[in-house]
Design a protein around this ligand. Structure first.
Ligand code: PAF
Length: 285
């Protein structure tokens, strides 16, 4: 595994690979790797000749009162884990090297970022889209791999790539869960042991929705009421940010589950803000 800090050298290596005919896959991350990240790297390695990983806690996607300073970091452990997962190049830039002091260009995808996480984090997706576009320009990857836990982020990146004709194939990969169902996240590190014990109920609530749909309950209002009641009973210490049924591509609210709809939720549990989602399949032929 080659580790690199300097933006120019990173761009140079990636270009040499790409233009010598190698297929390259980029896995953009903010570090503190768990199995979810490592599964993206393993996939990248299996789908391409070179697996490129970026590790940068991107300040522009954090709001003023969010956890930028507290975000967990362990570069040494991350480098070892990335190497084991098959990464060939690990890019860990300094903040000042990524954003010039007079940085002024932003990418926004308003119709998709207005919903779900965008309501309580109004500048978040602008920061995400902009850093991902910068990373695409630096790494010029054949494909880029993202986790489906951040479903809305993935939808926004796919839309950005289509709208701006970026020559990158965007691949979403399934959520990796702990044995008890909690979606893996670097932010799970914020949970106290007690909160950690309760946290899998977030996923259980989504499974409850799947059961409702299987019993023929397809109206968004009824599904949301059922899951909200489940949370009130089983996860009373959690503070629900949102629980919404949306179109999986457009991220707009839908009235009922037809074909496929995404049930997405965010909940504050102690210091952590956890997100999770489940694709619900409706009327089967
Ligand atoms: O999903 C993340 O870790 C981040 O949002 C990303 C895509 C690396 C951009 O900073």
């Amino acid at each position: 595994l080659q580790m690199i800090k300097d933006k120019g050298s990173f761009q140079q290596i990636c270009r040499v690979w790409r233009f010598s005919g190698l297929k390259t896959a980029l896995v953009p991350t903010m570090g503190y790797f768990h199995q979810g990240h490592l599964s993206l790297m393993s996939y990248a390695k299996s789908a391409a000749d070179k697996c490129i990983v970026s590790l940068f806690v991107n300040p522009t996607q954090f709001g003023p009162n969010e956890d930028l300073e507290a975000y967990p970091r362990d570069h040494e452990r991350d480098a070892e884990a990335a190497e084991r997962a098959g990464a060939d190049l690990l890019f860990i830039p300094e903040h000042g090297d990524v954003y010039a002091p007079d940085h002024a260009t932003w990418i926004e995808v308003p119709p998709l970022s207005a919903h779900l996480c965008g309501k309580s984090r109004p500048t978040h997706f602008r920061g995400v889209a902009t850093i991902v576009a910068k990373l695409f320009n630096l790494a010029t990857p054949s494909l880029a791999v993202f986790g489906q836990k951040d479903w809305q982020q993935l939808a926004i990146i796919k839309k950005m790539v289509r709208d701006l004709d970026m020559a990158v194939q965007v691949v979403g990969r399934p959520i990796i869960r702990e044995e008890d169902g909690l979606a893996m996240s670097s932010r799970n590190a914020y949970l106290t042991p007690e909160e950690r014990k309760a946290a899998p109920m977030l996923h259980q609530g989504l499974l409850e929705a799947q059961r409702l749909v299987e019993r023929g309950v397809v109206q968004a209002r009824e599904i949301i009421r059922g899951v909200s009641e489940f949370y009130a009973e089983n996860l009373p210490q959690g503070e629900l940010d949102y629980l919404e049924l949306v179109d999986p591509d457009r991220i707009e609210p839908v009235q009922k589950v037809e074909n496929q709809a995404l049930l997405a939720t965010a909940m504050r549990l102690g210091r952590a803000r956890l997100i999770d989602n489940l694709l619900l399949s409706g009327t089967r032929a």
